[in-house]
Design a protein around this ligand. Structure first.
Ligand SMILES: [Zn+2]
Length: 145
C-alpha cells in the first residue's frame, strides 16, 4: 500500500503514515502523531478535480484525470471534496456536483464562460489548501502527463 502523506489534526505536523507511532488505548493499539501523540489526522494525498462539458464534476488521485475532461482544482483528499461540496451546485441525484450555469448554457461558449466565471469566483476566496485552476486546463489523459 502507498505510504500516505498525512497531517496531524491537532498540531498540524505533516508526516507519513509509516512514521506514526503505535499507542495503546482502550480500543486497542492506534497509530498516533509522532510529535504530539494525537490520533486524528487529515489525509493529504494530492487529488485533482475535473469537470465535463455537461458540467459534471468528478475527482480522483493525481494522474487519473480522464482525457477530454477539464481540470478545475487541486488539493489534498481531506479538503478537496468538502470544498467542492460547498462551492458547486448539487444535482438532483444525491452526490452529483455540477458547475453552476454550465448545464443550462445555450452553447459551448456559454458553458465555457460560465465555467470561467465560477472558477474565478472560487479562486477569489480562500479555501484552505485547495487551489482552483484558472484558466481551466484540458486534461491530456493521466499517464501521459
Ligand atoms: Zn500532532
Amino acid at each position: 500500500m502507498a505510504d500516505l502523506i498525512v497531517k496531524c489534526a491537532r498540531c498540524r505536523y505533516p508526516h507519513r503514515e509509516t512514521e506514526r507511532i503505535g499507542r495503546p488505548t482502550e480500543l486497542g493499539d492506534v497509530l498516533a502523531c509522532p510529535r504530539c501523540g494525537a490520533h486524528s489526522y487529515y489525509d493529504m494525498t494530492p487529488q485533482v478535480a475535473w469537470c465535463w462539458a455537461s458540467g459534471l464534476i468528478e475527482w480522483g488521485d493525481q494522474g487519473q484525470e480522464p482525457e477530454g475532461s477539464i481540470v478545475i482544482a487541486r488539493g489534498p483528499k481531506c479538503s478537496l471534496k468538502s470544498i467542492l461540496n460547498v462551492v458547486a451546485r448539487h444535482g438532483f441525484q444525491n452526490g452529483v456536483l455540477l458547475v453552476p450555469g454550465v448545464p443550462e448554457a445555450d452553447d459551448q461558449r456559454g458553458a465555457a464562460d460560465a465555467l470561467d466565471q465560477w472558477l474565478s469566483w472560487c479562486a477569489s476566496t480562500s479555501h484552505e489548501d485547495v487551489v482552483f485552476v484558472t484558466p481551466p486546463e484540458k486534461a491530456l489523459g493521466g499517464a501521459a502527463a
